[in-house]
Design a protein around this ligand. Structure first.
Ligand SMILES: Nc1nc2c(ncn2[C@@H]2O[C@H](COP(=O)(O)OP(=O)(O)OP(=O)(O)O)[C@@H](O)[C@H]2O)c(=O)[nH]1
Ligand SMILES: [Mg+2]
Length: 383
């Protein structure tokens, strides 16, 4: 393949070749936004927006949870009406899914903008512990300078699906609260679908002073004018897939993947290099055991051996492609070829639903971090 432009430290450069996918998705998002009854901006979201706006001035700290893969596109629009202050922390969650070198770049960017930022993976106990310590240090500062009363409220705000409820649970479970309170732990509902949380709920995360975290419903503006922002929010899961279309989203993911360097990490999985199946460096046990698992779980796309086949397929289809994916026409051709190869890797039967089934499985693997680490936003030019 000729003239392949290198991606910088895992950041996927926006390229003209992806424009057709961005336009298609952007148009699909705008279409649902304008449609009464099928938009993501439900009456529930409108009510939540009002309730959140009323609460913001009353809380001690605001944690704006963003998705580390899209540190700018996942900005919470409602906070633009409030001046930035020391009470505002930008928390980039899902750091495990973003490009690691890019996290440092973004931290420096926010620092330069005089914004306090922090990165975390809500599923990682150590990360949450460290973040809780950081939070408690900020609370100590607040109580010193503000003579705040003894109950501190911290509000988790963010667009849908960025992990607010997962974080609220993790902070509550790890928080320094009494043994009696530990015996009656609450749970905010966590779901892979956006829009799960419907009401504001409060969970205790610290004593002396008492600290409560408020989990809030994810909120988006009724309209998102920028097609690229729309596409990224849809791909990272802030807008329900069924409103946009899984096939279009999976094609967009493949466009991003094919123009990044992530696939190169899977060179060793290629049949030309090795016949052994290894996933994340773990060799599977005996061949017969593997055969048994292959038969038993043939269509379960989360099984290591299926993930292996998918990674290998992605590597082989990109590296053997004779065209130049940086041109839109060739990229479309490559993606079409990948869909039919992925159908085999996922063991999806050839029928009218095959395309959608492949798309749904591929999106799930991407969103659970099994298909590489991508930061989709770029640092603004004038920075
Ligand atoms: N990989 C990864 N997944 C996460 C992380 N945090 C949350 N998730 C997953 O992201 C999905 C959404 O998490 P939620 O906590 O329900 O998100 P939310 O922001 O409360 O969503 P709404 O209530 O719809 O606004 C779930 O499948 C979580 O398991 C993280 O740090 N890393
Ligand atoms: Mg929630």
């Amino acid at each position: 393949m000729q003239n392949r432009r290198k991606s910088l430290s895992g950041y996927t450069k926006p390229m003209a070749a992806t424009a057709s996918y961005v336009q298609k998705l952007g148009a699909a998002v705008k279409k649902v936004a304008g449609k009464r009854g099928s938009s993501w901006y439900t009456p529930h979201m409108a009510a939540a927006t009002r309730a959140i706006m009323e609460r913001i001035p009353l809380v001690d700290l605001v944690i704006e949870v963003r998705d580390a893969r899209v540190p700018l596109s996942s900005e919470y629009e409602l906070l633009r009406n409030f001046p930035h202050s020391l009470r505002h922390i930008i928390l980039l969650n899902k750091m495990d899914l973003a490009s690691r070198p890019q996290l440092k770049v973004w931290r420096a960017y926010f620092e330069q903008q005089n914004l306090i930022s922090y990165e975390v993976n809500a599923h990682n106990k150590e990360h949450v512990k460290e973040f809780l310590n950081f939070l408690q240090a900020r609370v100590r500062e607040l109580t010193r300078t503000d003579h705040a009363n003894h109950t501190i409220t911290v509000m988790l705000l963010g667009i849908p699906n960025v992990g607010k409820s997962a974080l609220a649970n993790a902070l509550h479970h790890i928080g320094r609260i009494s043994a009696a309170e530990k015996g009656k732990l609450k749970h905010a509902t966590v779901s892979p679908l956006p829009g799960e949380t419907k009401d504001i709920s409060s969970l205790k995360i610290g004593s002396h002073p008492n600290i409560y975290v408020l989990d809030t419903p994810g909120v988006l503006p009724p309209m998102i004018p920028d097609a690229e922002v729309c596409s990224k929010l849809a791909l990272t899961g802030a807008i329900n897939d069924c409103l946009i279309g899984e096939s279009e989203l999976a094609q967009y993911f493949l466009a991003i993947h094919n123009l990044s360097d992530e696939y190169k990490k899977w060179a060793k999985l290629s049949m030309h290099h090795s016949e052994k199946i290894t996933v994340d460096g773990m060799e599977t046990s005996s061949d017969s055991e593997l055969d048994k698992r292959r038969k038993q779980y043939a269509t379960d796309h989360t099984q290591d051996f299926v993930v292996h086949d998918v990674r290998r397929t992605l590597f082989e289809t990109v590296s053997s492609f004779p065209g130049n994916p940086e041109t839109g026409k060739d990229l479309v051709e490559l993606i079409e070829a990948q869909f039919s190869e992925l159908q085999k890797a996922f063991k999806v039967l050839v029928d009218t639903e095959a395309h959608t089934k492949v798309a749904a499985k591929l999106l799930n693997l991407y969103r659970t971090g099994r298909l590489g680490h991508y930061t989709l936003d770029s640092i603004p030019r004038n920075y």
